[in-house]
Design a protein around this ligand. Sequence first.
Ligand code: ADP
Ligand code: ZN
Ligand code: ZN
Length: 757
Amino acid sequence: MRRRRGSTPLPQGEGSAREARAGEGVILAIAIDAPLRRLFDYQAPAGVEAAALRPGTRTWVPFGRRRVVGVIIECRDTSSIPSAKLRNAHAPIDPEPTFDPGLLELLRWSADYYRHPVGEVIAAAMPAALRQGTAVTPEETLWRLTTFGREQALEQLGKRAVRLRSLITALHETAEATAQTLADATGNGSDVLRTLEARGYVERFIQAATRTEDLSHGAVRPAPTLNDAQRHAVTSVCESLGRFATWLLHGVTGSGKTEVYLQAIAEVLGRGQQALVLVPEIALTPQLIARFRDRFDAPLAIVHSGLSDGERLTAWRDARSGAARIVIGTRSAIFAPLAKPGLIVIDEEHDVSFKQQEGFRYSARDLAIVRAQRLGIPIVLGSATPSLESLARTRRQPETLLLLPQRAADAQPPRLSLIDLRKHAGAQGIATPALLAMRRHLDAGNQVLLFLNRRGYAPVLFCPSCGWSAHCARCDAHVTVHRGSSDLLCHHCGTQQRAIEKCPTCSELVKPVGQGTERIEETIEQLFPGSPLARIDRDSMRRKGELEATLARIDSNEIRILVGTQMLTKGHHFPNVTLVVVLNADQGLFSTDFRASERLAQTIVQVAGRAGRAERAGEVLIQTEYPDHPLLTLLLHGGYDAFAAGALQEREQSGWPPYTRIALLRAEATQRDAPRRFLEAAVSAARELSVRGVKLLGPAPAPMERRAGRHRAQLLLHAATHQPLQRLLGVWIPALEALPEARHVRWSIDVDPAELF
Ligand code: ADP
Ligand code: ZN
Ligand code: ZN
């Protein structure tokens, strides 16, 4: 942990020597939601007991000309700022710390590790309502009769004081009520109450508006009998409850991983503890949530970006109070407060969405492991296609690998084969063998899934006579043609431009080239007019409830053909799908990003896993122009494990993570040269610090050099382990902040980047 000079964290609990000096001369080091890598010193407010100023407590503070919510991090004796200049913090917002010591320490650790301003890190862990100063425990002002009022009011008040009498009568009936309730019942509210209060007939008091806690212990609805592999997995996890352990649950899609989570969680609930479950995207996993609801009658809190501020606060409170026994959420739920944590589960742990790609660039998966370790509880990472990081861990600790080698319920694994696009003609991106297979599976009454990771109609608008193509004015990228839209859309910056029919250089007719999901939809509708089709991508599933409705139509077999992007690869069960066609496997084969092949293999295996989940065997066809590519060969003949073994060997030989540690310093600016100049200055600054063990590679232009009107460049930091990297970052970042070149760019540091652009 970083320790600032002259600082001592205030010990928790009673009996600290500093208690006595509460309010006088105590300096509060406070985290504020601002892009500055530091804490801010304030004088403790006068007359507030030290116990009310414990670390983790929110308090209002003056900041510039505003009043903002800050979080107390430490109490100190001294400040580097002269005491005459120190401003006073206002009174604390809640009587108790918002963050318990463990969670606060985790947040500070995260800020330190990812080199992000601690105030922003802590703000990211709070629902919006708490950032704006809402009390953790909502308080209600209630009104009741005083003894005097109960005995005397109706006698003393004249018959004509109708308004006053109506409220007294109402309070006789309800004993206590909010002003609002009374206003609803009598038509008279606060002003009349205050008159009565002035005469001593009524009084107000404050009561915490707590929810009634549901204390059910997760009565379990009937669960299937586990197979041997599942039972071994559940037993292993349950035996580790109460201590730190990292389990990798590696099982093909449909092998019963979710069932393992459910049964391990049942044990956790039985011990009166909570489970935290992280999933890639809630909106895409309605089926998973439904299974949790069916299995447990314990209260769940579901945390995701679609919640209103009020719902989010309620979920946060329920997690913190322990009222919610299972907390299910996306990435940011890793910071959910937990009263009685017992187990953490990360479903689809390989998913990139666990890494935040902007601002505070944390990995929820990595932090979950850190959190589990600090809490002394086990964590289960589940996937059909584990990340190479997690696989490398199980090579060091083989006993932490829990394998589910077979599909549960006796379903057969799908058969994979390649279609050589160079040899087969076809219609608009679908080769003849794929079309024939589609016909066969549809005729047999089954469903067919076509996967293409590109939305829109066509990725390029091209002039065949002169070679011109339509580019985004603000990015080094083509604009995408969308069907039925008069605009061309840039998928990188969102800029739209009017579609054109004639080439701006030679006036010949231009034409869309390549395929997006909309074009596949059009082609398939022509070729298979009798088979209802659903397109599933971000454009077609924009409306709330649309995905659920479509999934229901797929479930009932009304839909026969599914066309979709990545959205289709996540978590769904399509028991009637027996054929999956991966329309283009080639996008990931030749990328400059060392993780691209891993992502491609994961996508292929994940989408293949949607096929034949019930009794019917599935078939998977992968279209490619490179059927001899070693990655595809490994995947086809040895499955994901063979691919992963090959990829790990390659990473080890070429010195990439997980065998090394990297960080990326990115810079962007509207001025073309500014990013490079900043990064060159950054390199010089690093040389002066002469920290050993870190290689600096670059600066180099970003793979997409210009994006949204900004020029971008990057510098890669490379080290054998994380210690020298962290040592360098610790001294280098303050130096970067001071660089004159930094004023002309936006820069950011990304520790353990998921993508190299
Ligand atoms: P995964 O999470 O690995 O994709 P699931 O847990 O969703 O796998 O299981 C796939 C299907 O098999 C589900 O319909 C599930 O209810 C069923 N299933 C899982 N385990 C068993 C079991 N032991 N016996 C019978 N059915 C099972
Ligand atoms: Zn032209
Ligand atoms: Zn653009």
